[in-house]
Write a protein that binds this ligand. Structure first.
Ligand code: SAH
Ligand code: SF4
Ligand code: F3S
Length: 474
């Protein structure tokens, strides 16, 4: 059973929130505007969802939001530790923030999330980047009111990165990015300890939310106009293992599928070792569950998979994919791949390409292995040079790009229901949305269609997206 943050503690935090609100009301009287906060998120959907909670708390504390750190009174960066380049981006931003703070010392700078949950990292930031006022890890999110209050009232820096297996805090405020679709975290943490991965160290042990809490969050979302739900967890297939009442991921999907107003259900991520026939059957039974599956295989070679501690073989993976394809022929498949795991040879890498060719994924997310301090793989010696790894990475993209384009070509000439996300970034007249299978579709239309399901006939396929036109309704 997960450890829950008590009502008493939540009330204590609410007290701090009122104190910040008071400070911000005074700010408002003095300056004729609310204080502005700029948030940035690095990393995965789980982090996006956490930032929505942070923004919810800050909104209740009397902040408005702005797009640029230059205009902000408070900056909060929600960081990611999964690869070195995610951390480098934050360091780059910290350099810029130092300049801003030199000219505006009252700017409050906060760093939170996975990167600073690592103690050596929090220590380094305290020493080298002493312009950061507030550092809090993934387990301290619910304590934001207390921590921020301390910074504002005492004008001193605060750090809260205690390591814990993690708890669950229900009913935190939330300010969501989209009005049409929503992330809903169904569980937190990870128990898998893949040998390359930092996530279990920074997110704690697996803990599932009570189904009632998840369903009530979704019902509220529906009331506010949301119709597409994406259920989130590092390994949704192990949902429920720690619950008192029996409820596994398939049971949960059935329950969400029953809710009026929900039109589309997506989920991520599935771990291949736990993905199986029961979930495939559920996907076919629940008509709202989208025909889309993200099933990371990471590497194709069995020895590499074993050294990664993934607990499945290439053959088992391919077999499971075959079964999904048989049950749901139009399923869109995506995956994550790591190139250059320390012990991977050029020959091993051929097995990764072989999986790509056999499965024919719609999309892949590919990463060059990044050494993560404290993980077992960090102690392994590299077989390939950097140059060889990059060459393999380029080959991977070349093989996949051809497949992605070929898969997208099969959409041309057909009409699909698209949930409109909004206007395209570059052109106000072009709308962007997604099919049930998760394909991005761009087409001309009025922005009043945002949030609606429209039929779009696909006219052109690219590697990453489709173009189309609104289908004439007769
Ligand atoms: N829980 C999910 C994904 C978590 S992280 C899962 O198991 O699939 C997202 C992706 O980042 C992983 O799937 C993996 O492909 C990649 N990743 C994790 N650690 C990495 C590392 N040290 N170097 C490069 N890529 C990594
Ligand atoms: Fe990382 Fe593996 Fe857990 Fe995914 S399942 S978060 S890759 S340890
Ligand atoms: Fe996500 Fe990055 Fe943390 S991928 S769980 S934000 S380390």
């Amino acid at each position: 059973m997960a450890n829950y943050i008590s009502e008493e503690e939540k009330e204590r935090q609410a007290g701090f929130l009122s104190r910040i609100k008071k400070i911000n009301d005074d700010f408002c009287k003095e300056n004729g505007r609310k204080p502005l906060c700029n948030t940035e998120t690095y990393g995965c959907q789980q982090n996006e969802n956490d930032t929505e909670r942070i923004r919810g708390i800050l909104c209740e504390a009397g902040y408005d939001f702005c797009e640029r750190a230059e205009d902000a009174d408070l900056v909060i960066y929600n960081t990611c530790a999964v690869r070195e380049n995610a951390e480098d981006k934050v360091y780059g931003r910290l350099g810029i923030l130092r300049h801003i703070k030199e000219s505006r010392p009252e700017l409050v700078i906060g760093l939170c999330g996975c990167m600073v949950q690592q103690e050596h990292m929090a220590e380094k930031i305290r020493k080298v980047h002493n312009h950061v006022d507030l550092i809090f890890g993934t387990h301290a999110l619910y304590k934001l009111p207390e921590l921020l209050c301390e910074v504002l009232e005492k004008n001193q820096s605060v750090t809260s990165v205690e390591n814990s297996d993690g708890s669950i805090c229900e009913d935190l405020p939330i300010l969501r990015d989209s009005h049409n679709k929503a992330w809903v975290s169904i569980m937190y943490g990870c128990n898998n300890f893949c040998s390359y991965c930092i996530v279990p160290y920074v997110r704690g042990r697996e803990r599932s939310r009570e189904p009632e809490k998840i369903l009530s969050e979704i019902k509220d979302l529906v009331k506010s106009g949301v119709s597409e739900i994406c259920l989130l967890g590092q390994n949704v297939n192990s949902y429920g293992k720690d619950l008192a009442e029996t409820c596994d991921f398939s049971d949960l999907l059935h329950m969400v599928n029953e809710l009026d107003g929900v039109k589309r259900i997506r989920f991520m991520t599935s771990h291949p070792k736990d993905f199986g026939d029961k979930l495939i059957k559920t996907m076919t039974e629940c008509e709202k569950v989208c025909h889309q599956l993200h099933l990371p295989f990471q590497a194709g070679n069995n020895r590499v998979l074993s050294e990664m501690n993934r607990k499945y073989t290439k053959e088992e993976y391919l077999e499971k994919v075959e079964r999904v394809k048989r049950a749901i022929p139009d399923i869109a498949l995506s995956t994550d791949v790591i190139v250059g795991f320390p012990t991977e040879t050029n020959e091993d890498f051929e097995d990764t390409l072989d999986v790509l060719r056999k499965v024919e994924f719609d999309t892949i997310f590919s990463f060059i292995y990044s050494r993560r301090e404290g993980t077992p793989a960090a102690k392994m010696d590299f077989v390939l040079t950097n140059e060889e790894i990059h060459k393999n990475f380029d080959r991977l993209l070349e093989v996949q790009n051809e497949i992605s384009k070929r898969k997208n070509d099969t959409y041309v000439g057909k009409t699909y229901s698209v949930l409109v996300d909004g206007t395209s970034k570059n052109n106000e007249q072009v709308l962007s949305g997604r099919t049930d299978t998760g394909k991005i579709v761009n087409f001309k239309g009025d922005k009043s269609l945002t949030g609606k399901y429209v039929d779009v006939k696909i006219t052109e396929a690219h590697t990453w997206s489709l173009n189309g036109e609104l289908a004439k309704t007769e």
